[in-house]
Design a protein around this ligand. Structure first.
Ligand SMILES: Cc1cc2nc3c(=O)[nH]c(=O)nc-3n(C[C@H](O)[C@H](O)[C@H](O)COP(=O)(O)OP(=O)(O)OC[C@H]3O[C@@H](n4cnc5c(N)ncnc54)[C@H](O)[C@@H]3O)c2cc1C
Ligand SMILES: *[C@@H]1O[C@H](CO)[C@@H](O)[C@H](O)[C@H]1NC(C)=O
Ligand SMILES: *[C@@H]1O[C@H](CO)[C@@H](O)[C@H](O)[C@H]1NC(C)=O
Ligand SMILES: *[C@@H]1O[C@H](CO)[C@@H](O)[C@H](O)[C@H]1NC(C)=O
Length: 505
């Protein structure tokens, strides 16, 4: 593991693991990989594939057009286990032969999380582990396998008047959501996966099965390994089951669109809404260009002003309470020269508005192709800063984009403090886009922000994470990684570097 005998001694006696103490990881060669795959086939039978289609679909997320995998970054096989025990048996083999492993849920992550950076990698797909095991109505929790799509859990809960707290890309599954601390539109009131995960069953690199805790919501028993695994992007362990909190859906809900003359008025209104003490269940910011894309895609039956806007959803126990909330929110909006304050007329219209928000990514793509032609690509990235810095960061970023001749639109889970930029570009503009995006992330960091609000690090943002946290923190993370995954087989090269010869960003 270490670069030399002396380095090994230093590594064993240190609390952190700086990269320079390490030797490059050594993984199975082609012959050894073939032997490992044969042993794995004996466990899963036909539920394993090396077909072009499966390899292709486990190599790339078409939504992440700015950050394609290298031509050689393809798994050698995809395996579809059906139980925790099978995952454990597979990991024992991968550990024995040093085969790199990339866990794969729905593949919607945006920063190259699921790329098989190392030759011969095995992609583990959880689509067969798609069972909802228990719904505990009284305890307000569910126990599910890692491969269940969150939308399916949410739909199962709907007739009971319950909802799941976190959401993200429409097809995403629980394993991937735990691994990226997914948050989404509802996070402003229900929190991210970090807040909604009670317990996890996970398989460690050598096949050891752990359960992070029992089902009670409150505990102070020992290390919080659940929290350690949330956001670990498949680099520390493989999640096979999760116990998640569920929430009671408010009896009545109201959706409001408020439109403003400029960004500052919009973010100042958000601060004032929070100061009323009302907790909206969603609070989304869409900039002028995003509203233009929604108009352009004809996603709603209305046409909107193309100005910075808030999509607000509040819930409560009665219409009377909601009327009171609406009045307070309207006052907050009016205090910042609101241009239009439009409550949805019906539940259908309310759904339509949030469906438009949910599919904003695709509205942007439509606009891009129509305006810039079929060559158009879209770069989506996210940053988070404290709310008081948000309008400054957004305005400066817009100026920078404008003066670089780049068109982008902004949409943000502003209630939860993060925003996304979707940037349209033609292949010849890629370098310019790379530079303005770089300046945007640096601007976020300079304003006490983080390089990723909710998409995570993958292998796209490692360099920024290093800047954000500094070497000691990253070295401490690497030490933890080595303790749990001494052969560095679990999702290699993600979040931070594990190889001193890795010269990528
Ligand atoms: C249109 C669109 C909208 C989005 N909106 C949001 C949003 O609102 N909020 C948000 O947070 N994100 C959003 N995302 C990002 C993405 O949906 C989330 O990061 C999501 O959590 C990824 O889930 P997945 O099932 O696709 O995981 P994958 O992409 O398959 O995997 C994500 C990571 O988790 C690891 N992993 C997968 N399964 C396991 C497992 N069982 N055990 C351990 N590790 C595992 C993978 O190795 C990888 O590192 C959006 C993406 C798109 C394309
Ligand atoms: C969850 O289900 C509720 C209905 O109970 C629905 O209104 C909501 O849109 C769903 N959320 C997601 C993110 O699918
Ligand atoms: C997960 O997201 C929540 C809310 O956005 C945040 O408070 C928390 O720090 C995140 N945790 C990790 C491990 O990323
Ligand atoms: C442990 O972490 C999980 C996931 O972040 C969280 O939901 C839980 O509240 C934490 N528990 C304690 C006791 O801190």
């Amino acid at each position: 593991m270490a670069a030399s005998k002396q380095a090994l001694a230093t590594l064993l006696s240190s609390s952190a693991a700086p990269l320079w103490l390490l030797a490059s990881p050594s993984y199975a060669d082609a012959t050894t990989t073939a032997r490992a795959l044969e042993e794995i086939r004996a466990i899963v039978g036909e539920h394993m594939s090396s077909s072009e289609e499966e390899i292709d679909s486990h190599s790339i997320n078409p939504a992440a057009t700015h950050h394609p995998p290298g031509a050689e970054q393809r798994p050698s096989a995809v395996v579809f286990p059906e139980s925790t025990e099978q995952v454990s048996a597979i990991m024992k083999i991968c550990h024995k032969y040093s085969v790199p492993v990339v866990p794969y849920s729905a593949g919607t992550s945006l920063e190259g999380h699921i790329y098989s950076v190392r030759p011969g990698s095995l992609s583990i797909d959880f689509r067969r582990m798609n069972k909802i095991l228990h719904v505990h109505d009284d305890d307000l929790d569910v126990v599910v396998q890692a491969g269940v799509p969150y939308a399916e859990i949410n739909a199962t809960l709907a007739p009971k008047g319950l909802i799941l707290g976190s959401d993200c890309a429409p097809s995403a599954q629980i394993g991937g959501m735990v691994a990226t601390n997914a948050s989404g539109i509802n996070a402003v009131s229900y929190g991210a996966m970090k807040d909604n995960t009670i317990s996890l069953t996970a398989v460690l690199a050598d096949g050891t099965i752990i359960k992070t805790r029992q089902r009670p919501r409150k505990t102070s028993a020992g290390y919080n390994l659940t929290a350690l695994l949330v956001g670990s992007e498949g680099t520390l362990a493989i999640v096979t089951e999760a116990t998640l909190k569920v929430h009671v859906r408010p009896r009545v809900e109201k959706v409001i669109v408020a439109q403003f003359a400029n960004t500052r008025d919009t973010t100042d209104t958000v601060a004032d809404i929070f100061r009323t003490g009302i907790k909206p269940s969603a609070l989304e910011l869409l900039d002028d260009r995003m509203m233009m894309c929604i108009n352009n895609a004809g996603m709603t039956s209305r046409r909107w002003l193309e100005t910075p806007s808030l999509f607000i959803r509040v819930g409560g126990v009665s219409e009377k309470v909601l009327a009171e909330f609406t009045r307070e929110i309207k006052n907050a909006c009016n205090a910042h020269s609101c241009q239009a304050f439009i409550p949805a007329r019906s539940a259908e219209e309310a759904d339509e508005l949030f469906a438009a928000r949910k599919n904003a990514h695709y509205a942007c793509l439509d606009y891009g192709y129509e305006t810039f032609g079929p060559e158009c690509r879209m770069w989506g990235t996210d940053v988070a800063v404290p709310l008081s810095r948000l309008s400054y960061v957004l305005e400066e970023t817009r100026k920078d984009f404008d003066s670089s001749g780049i068109i982008s639109c902004v949409l943000g889970h502003v209630g939860d403090g993060n925003f996304h930029t979707n940037i349209f570009f033609l292949p010849e503009q890629e370098d310019t886009v790379r530079q303005v995006t770089h300046r945007m992330v640096e601007r976020g960091l300079a304003n006490e922000g983080t390089c990723t609000g909710e998409h995570g690090v993958g292998n796209g943002k490692r360099g920024y994470l290093y800047t954000e946290l500094g070497p000691s923190t990253i070295d401490a993370m690497r030490k933890l990684k080595l303790a749990w995954d001494p052969k560095r087989i679990l999702n290699p090269d993600k979040i931070f570097k594990i190889d001193p010869l890795d010269k990528n960003f």
